[in-house]
Design a protein around this ligand. Structure first.
Ligand SMILES: [Zn+2]
Ligand SMILES: [Zn+2]
Length: 149
C-alpha cells in the first residue's frame, strides 16, 4: 500500500483552505511586507510583474499566472466551479480547431490609490484589482510557496 497517509481533498476544500490561509497570512503581515518599494511591470518584455517590498522581500509573477489569479468575483467563481487554484491555468481545450489564444499580456496597468493595481488584459478583461496585500499573499517565491503548500 503505497498510498497510505495521503489525504485526498476535494477542490472545494483546497480552495477554502487556501483562501483561509491567505486571509490568515494577511492578518499577520506587517505594513512593510505589503508596501512595495519598487514595482516593475515588464510589459514590453511581455514577461510579468516584479515587486521589491519594503521589508526586503522580492516577488515576481508571470503575466499568465496573474491572469489566472485574477481576484475579481467572476474569475473567483469560475475557478471555484472548475476546481482550479489561484494562478492555475485552464486545461487546454481538447478541440484541435479551438481558436489560438494569444498569451495574456496587460494592455494597461493603472494604480488604484496606493493600495492596488488594476490590470486591463489583452483579452479585454479588466475587472481584477490586485491589491498589494493580495499580491504579497500569493508570492510565488520558493520560501513563501513552501509554507503555503
Ligand atoms: Zn477576473
Ligand atoms: Zn515570497
Amino acid at each position: 500500500m503505497s498510498h497510505e497517509g495521503i489525504r485526498f481533498v476535494t477542490a472545494e476544500e483546497v480552495l477554502r483552505d487556501s483562501a483561509l490561509a491567505a486571509a490568515h497570512q494577511a492578518e499577520r503581515l506587517p505594513a512593510e511586507a505589503i508596501t512595495p518599494a519598487k514595482v516593475r511591470v515588464k510589459k514590453s518584455e511581455g514577461t510579468g510583474v516584479e515587486i521589491d517590498w519594503r521589508d526586503g522581500h522580492h516577488s515576481e509573477w508571470d503575466f499568465r499566472w496573474l491572469r489566472d489569479a485574477c481576484p475579481c468575483a467572476t474569475c473567483n467563481s469560475e475557478r471555484e466551479a472548475e476546481g482550479r487554484s489561484i494562478g492555475e491555468h485552464k486545461p487546454k481545450s481538447p478541440d484541435p480547431l479551438a481558436l489560438y489564444q494569444a498569451p495574456p499580456r496587460p494592455d494597461e496597468i493603472t494604480s488604484i490609490g496606493n493600495y492596488a493595481i488594476n490590470i486591463k488584459w489583452n483579452d479585454g478583461h479588466q475587472a481584477g484589482i490586485y491589491s498589494w496585500t493580495y499580491l504579497r499573499t500569493v508570492c510565488q517565491c520558493a520560501a513563501c510557496h513552501s509554507t503555503k503548500s
